[in-house]
Design a protein around this ligand. Structure first.
Ligand code: NAD
Length: 358
């Protein structure tokens, strides 16, 4: 049976529906009823059958347009954004019409940003197909494109009208992309969700086999955790910052790698290992805590070799991080309850030491 999570409050709240196949005519109809046109945005890495299935499920009286962009982060660009909004204008989309994002976080982010700006905002639906998009980017209303000066520098907070999560999409993901999503799920286990920690610890082989019921439980729990945090702090003025656990060093690693050959969630995994070690050096957690973290990651066949990076090569990227406020770096460290919290009180000399701790 489908699970439904309500995210946000008031007129911009929306439902996230999770099941093995939530892409049904009735789920779509609930939000497309008053639309005459939809523009589906997808990328050329998404299996063709997913697009066909989506088209089949949309009502016959809706005119369907498709905009396919090349897969990969470089498509989350101003150039692609302009193509999308020009297509909407040429086809005379109005505010009763909709955009649908069918793809991973890249497609979700550029679709959401296009929706937030065209006609000062038209509706959009998220149909996340990657694990990372299902547990993270499709929920929370952050939308963005990249510019030459940096990733996600142009964007908006803009909620979708509906998010449809189907675990059946996970079958076609590469191991790297699957593991990237696991990284974000793992993060939620250090943001207060003990159920996720227990599943990852006790059912590791079922997770790596992508067993549908176990994956559904992990996805639902992840969305619940994210939803609770983003509903409390829609525009990232406070508590929402804890979602960046592992991201300060994760982003530095991604930037060092030129955003190539390193899936986002893998960088977050390394970032969390580093943060756990800094938390230990700050006297906040025990050594056994970061060792256990590594053990869970290893049992999930995740790459834990963060030490292939040296602190000195990441340092230049740290101060560019969005978590820098008024020239001060904020970190999400772990407290004794193994839960992330935001602070600017730490000893920076522990950073390089953390890279030497096994
Ligand atoms: N808005 C947010 O809150 C938020 C949060 C985290 C990440 N992000 C953004 O998300 C993006 C990363 O998302 P991602 O990891 O999904 O990457 P992605 O969208 O680039 O997808 C990764 C690859 O997987 C392929 N793919 C997706 N679903 C598939 C499926 N079911 N079967 C086979 N192949 C499939 C895609 O074609 C692509 O080649 C980044 O741009 C990041 O900035 C946004």
């Amino acid at each position: 049976m489908a699970k439904i999570i309500h995210v946000g409050e008031g007129s911009t709240s929306y439902k996230v529906i999770v099941s093995s196949n939530s892409l049904t005519k009735s789920n779509l109809k609930a939000v497309t009823r008053s639309s005459k046109k939809v523009l589906i945005i997808t990328d050329d890495g998404i299996p063709k059958s997913y697009l066909k299935n989506l088209k089949d499920k949309l009502s016959e009286d809706i005119k369907i347009y498709v905009h396919k962009i090349p897969k990969g982060e470089t498509s989350k660009s101003f150039t692609e954004y302009v193509k999308i909004v020009e297509k909407l204008a040429t086809q005379k989309f109005d505010r009763s019409d909709l955009l649908i994002a069918l793809g991973g976080g890249m497609v979700g982010d550029i679709t959401g940003f296009s929706a937030s700006t065209y006609l000062r905002g038209i509706g959009f639906i998220q149909i996340p197909t990657s694990l990372l998009a299902q547990v993270d980017s499709s929920v929370g209303g952050k939308t963005a494109i990249n510019i030459e000066q940096g990733k996600n520098l142009v964007g908006a907070f803009y909620n979708p009208k509906l998010v449809l999560v189907s675990t059946s999409f996970l079958e076609t993901l590469t191991n790297d992309e699957f593991n990237s999503g696991l990284g974000e799920i793992f993060k939620y286990s250090y943001l207060g969700n003990k159920k996720i920690r227990s599943i990852l610890k006790n059912k590791a082989s079922k997770v790596t086999e992508r067993e549908p019921k176990v994956m559904e439980d992990l996805i639902v729990e992840s969305i619940k955790t994210k939803s609770k945090i983003v509903t409390e702090d829609e525009k990232e003025n406070g508590i929402r910052a804890i979602l960046n656990l592992g991201h300060t060093f994760g982003h530095a690693i991604e930037a060092k790698c030129g955003y190539k050959n390193i899936p986002h969630g893998q960088a977050v995994i390394y970032g969390m290992q580093i943060i756990a070690r800094i938390s230990f050096l700050e006297g906040l957690i025990e050594k056994i805590n970061y060792i256990e973290m590594d053990q869970i990651l290893n049992s999930l066949n995740l790459d834990t070799n963060f030490q292939k990076f040296r602190y000195a090569e990441l340092r230049p990227y740290l101060m560019n991080d969005k978590k820098v406020s008024g020239g001060k770096l904020n970190l999400i460290l772990l407290n004794s309850g193994l839960t992330g919290y935001k602070t600017d009180k730490f000893d920076p000399s522990n950073f390089s030491k953390a890279f030497k701790l096994n």
